[in-house]
Design a protein around this ligand. Sequence first.
Ligand code: FAD
Ligand code: SIN
Length: 531
Amino acid sequence: MRKKVDFLVIGSGIAGLCFALKAANYGKVCIVTKSNIDDSSTKYAQGGIAAVIYHPDTYEKHIKDTMIAGDELSDRKIVELTIRESTARVHELVEWGVNFDRTATGRFALAREGGHSEFRVLHHKDITGLEIEQKLIKAVMMNENIEMLENHLAVEIITQHHLGIEVSRRTEHITCYGSYVYNPNTKRVQTILSKITMMATGGIGTVYGNTTNPPIATGDGISMVYRAKGAVAGMEFVQFHPTSLYNPTESPSFLITEAMRGSGAILKDDAGNDFMKKYDPRGSLAPRDIVARAIDNEMKLQGCDHVWLDATHLSKDEIFNHFPNIYAKCLSIGIDITKACIPVVPAAHYSCGGIKTNEWGATSIRHLFASGECASTGLHGANRLASNSLLEALVFSHRACLKAIDEIPQIDFCNSIPEWDTSGTVLNEEMVLITQTRKELQTIMINYVGIVRSNLRLQRAFDRLEILYRETEELYKRSILIPEICELRNMINIGYLIIKNAIDRKESRGLHYSLDYPEHREGNPVTRDAL
Ligand code: FAD
Ligand code: SIN
């Protein structure tokens, strides 16, 4: 049965929930989310949310830090508006009930992370994301204008293509009419028509074998928009977090927040040397791309599986009050971080690229907005400054709502959309084909498209991926649709976009480092439209 809503929101992390809460003041909202409501990267955010709160910090300083981290590829206009709106958006979170840690005098306790010139990261101990996600879910659940459909996976966005009208990447006015969504109760694909659709599907980390991201991060929104011929940008810029806990049996990898280095923890090699000073005068608090590359290099030079993070000199008060979750986690695997160093290794963490949006979160497809990690707003350029992503989601979900309510009175539902076509499909009896291909993809990406790249490695990845792509498309066409095959198809699509954009970028910049092109090339813009 088809459903009609004013606003369809795909995803229930910070971006989707904030948009829904705002849009609900103007119409009926339906949130579809492919797992449990709180299953998101948002829930795992540790360090916090960057915003300009007190003197001596200024908008200008935060703007400058963001521009430096972005390695000249951030869009200055977007950076300025995001940072200037940071204070208002954070206060709104507080009004929704989010508790940030405060000092004894009641002021916000601000932390510092790599690349930040000031203490400006608001946090709730080392579980900031959990606090935000829980408070937003509470507000959403109390709102009668919001319907929440858990375990519903968006399969495709609906465009003219589904009316039999051919569209290409050059077609003007591709329009989004809603989404085809997998309904777990009927095990069928349902049509949801909407006037406005918000894509808020989060990141892509699971494309890599070693990631801090939860399993939902399969790049679905970016793939759906790419297949619908929408603009996607900057996919080569995959951020590896320098310090995930080295614990080979655990997936996803547990994060050791950068805020720990902000509090004074130091990266060391096996011999106890502070090796980061060799790479950057800012040492362990240099921007993430530099630190992750340095660790990767040290591991290769010394032939070891990890380096160490030494927090033993931090006060016990600081450990127990600011990092209780990390303390407990490490203790659970036999490491008392007040006495012993933590084994750490880089892991795929964040996608700076995604669905290209303008300053209102609008995509190249009419009536389709994107916010959060699946979007490429221009804020992060070639490398995201720590704790700027939760902020970006808040700012662009707010701006997208302002624009959407302006557009919605002129939009009608498209009633001629056909139901999902299931002809010629049969039940896929061989899950192994899906699980094995997924593992192969993850191995290809981590081995050939990781922190350090080369022409040879990228070409090898491209060739291997082509085989996986062909096999999976064939399987998809003849199988009755299940979420696992949709996710696999999306992951392969994301792998393709990352590799293609990486091949096209013939320089090293920010998170993209190539052995064949170690220098910057002047005037090189963000890679657009990978095909
Ligand atoms: P998510 O929170 O990931 O939500 C995506 C939602 O979309 C989920 O509900 C998912 O189920 C749903 N979804 C996906 N595909 C579909 C589909 N096909 N159909 C229906 N639903 C779908 N950033 C910071 O700024 N500060 C931090 O301290 C910080 N720490 C981090 C720590 C960790 C361990 C990780 C992994 C990330 C961290 N980040 C941090 C990054 C930040 O958490 C994410 O970028 C941000 O939370 C993304 O929010 P989002 O709403 O875009 O996506
Ligand atoms: C962290 O806490 O180190 C993660 C912060 C981020 O990804 O922005």
